[in-house]
Design a protein. Structure first.
Length: 523
């Protein structure tokens, strides 16, 4: 059912019909733009004003100020804002069409560039054309110019509305658009880093008959033609390792994973992950590679080696601190998790007021201790290394420390950022680990791994010594851009279904933010 229209939205539809009655197409097919806002602002020079004597610009009206026979407005394109100046003496009867335009409409304008008395670079419009009539009201914040700088008052900040209507967020909050430009740049640097080393970017199945590669519950769907259930992948690991078996010596994938789990500021059920596998390497080599990768990202994208994350200055210069997990937990709690029994770990958590599920095995209990008492203290880049076997069913046994595996996780600002192994390539050992996971599933642990017979067969064919790495791209971007929630760096995060109350709130906020006749500009 169509929502109820506000008075302003009804007025805009009346303007739309008035435009059509005048023979004006409010949704034409194209417009020949010659310059962006940024190009004009950077190229204009008072000494050579004639260089921009014939320009065509296009963008969305963000402010408009009518002054009788003159009108000023700002339009916004992907590069920024530029002011337009309309004068009735230049435009004749077409000047009256400005009365039918509103904030949010998209227009094209042709004219020459000059500087106003107040110093603002402006396009003096000689022709203009409506390109898109906006039928709803944008929550445009009030703006003023103070000491030569643009100051925004009461911006569009309601997080629920911003995430649900991201297209409006991108229009009215330019800093949000910059977040996603930086995200694309970070991913581009990662690809370049790997491609320069000769590793192949690949694509593996999203729909999988058996899910694996992580501790998580999957989303399930049904394929009608085959009449089988399939799962949205929770990780790319097991398919990428098959490619190492097949003879590739370095493969990586940047793609979507899906986990049917809770949502919070660190988790979204659909997320982007990077996984890399390189033959004939181990986790020691991978630690050094991760240091090089992060340093290169920070230097190329931010042109520095230190970034502020939260209230801390984080230094990405190698080498990073390395601490064994067992040692880190014992320092924080006094418990040696390697020698402690499952019952001892459970009672230790309960004594500290931490409830755990009855189905939780020793691995989950260890992880709970680490998450509560160690992880929040890891501010500067730190590798936590050498995890117990119970926590690492896909990692190779440690070559010199019984009961442990060659695994590391990287933590920055108290957040897990990367996970890596010397990959387990012994098919007998891998089968035993899978069987232990199956025992945990039978005991009620829905996140325990399932046995993948085809993957085990691939290991029997033979996989060379291999180092593997996983990094959550969303979380990486969130940290580097100092954002408080993962939703700030995902264009369309998962939301609860919309409802009439929210729609009403949206309309009310829009009308409060953009009252009728709001006209804000500075010349």
């Amino acid at each position: 059912m169509q929502r109820k229209l506000s008075d302003q939205e009804i007025r805009r539809r009346e303007e739309l019909e008035a435009l059509r009655a005048k023979g004006i197409d409010p949704y034409p097919y194209e417009y020949n733009r010659t310059h962006t806002a940024e190009e004009i602002l950077t190229r204009y020079s008072d000494e050579d004003a004639d260089a921009l004597k014939d320009v065509s610009v296009a963008g969305r009206i963000m402010t408009i100020r009518r002054m009788g026979k003159a009108t000023f407005c700002h339009i916004q394109d992907a590069t920024g804002r530029i002011q337009l100046y309309f004068r009735k003496n230049d435009l004749g009867e077409s000047y009256d069409l400005l009365k039918l335009l509103d904030i949010g409409d998209i227009i094209g304008a042709r004219g020459f560039v000059f500087r106003t008395r107040t110093g603002e670079i402006t396009v003096h419009v000689q022709q203009f054309q409506l390109l898109t009539k906006s039928l709803t009201v944008l929550p445009i914040p009030k703006e003023t110019i103070e000491d030569g700088k643009r100051v925004v008052h009461h911006p569009f900040r309601d997080k629920e509305l911003r995430y649900r209507r991201r297209y409006i967020d991108l229009i009215v909050n330019p800093e949000v658009r910059e977040i996603f430009r930086k995200r694309a740049e970070i991913i581009r640097v990662i690809r370049q880093f790997f491609d320069e080393r000769g590793w192949l970017e690949v694509e593996t199945p999203i729909l999988q008959p058996i899910y694996g590669g992580a501790f998580a519950r999957p989303f399930v769907t049904h394929h009608n033609a085959l009449d089988i259930d399939l799962y949205l992948r929770i990780a790319t690991e097991l398919y990428l390792k098959r490619l190492i078996v097949g003879g590739y010596e370095g493969v990586y994938e940047i793609g979507k994973n899906f986990r049917n789990e809770g949502m919070d500021r660190m988790h979204n059920p659909e997320f982007t992950a990077l996984e890399l596998y390189v033959a004939y390497k181990d986790y020691n080599w991978m630690m050094e590679l991760v240091e090089q990768l992060l340093l290169e990202i920070v230097q190329k994208v931010f042109h520095t080696t230190t970034l502020k994350i939260g209230s801390d200055e984080i230094d990405f210069s190698p080498p990073y601190r390395r601490i064994p997990l067992v040692e880190a937990i014992e320092q924080a709690t006094g418990i040696n998790v390697l020698s402690a029994s499952e019952d001892t770990l459970r009672s230790s958590l309960e004594q500290r007021g931490i409830e755990v599920e009855e189905s939780a095995g020793k691995g989950k209990l260890i992880d709970e201790l680490f998450s509560e008492f160690v992880q929040p203290t890891l501010i500067q880049p730190t590798f936590i290394i050498d995890y117990p076997i119970e926590l690492s069913p896909l990692a190779k046994r440690h070559r010199s420390k019984p009961g442990l595996t060659e695994r590391f996780e990287l933590f920055i600002a108290g957040t897990e950022l990367a996970n890596a192994f010397s990959e387990l390539n012994d098919p007998i050992d891998q089968r035993q680990r899978f069987e232990e996971q199956a025992r945990l599933r039978a005991g009620g642990d829905e996140e325990a791994m399932v046995i993948d017979e085809d993957f085990l067969y691939a290991l029997e064919v033979g996989m060379p010594p291999t180092a593997g790495l996983g990094i959550g791209i969303d979380r990486l971007v969130m940290l580097l851009l100092n954002q408080e929630s993962i939703r700030e760096v995902i264009l369309f995060p998962q939301m609860r279904p919309d409802n009439p109350a929210l729609s009403t709130a949206t309309t009310q906020q829009q009308e409060a933010s953009s009252p009728p006749g709001q006209e804000v500009s500075e010349q």
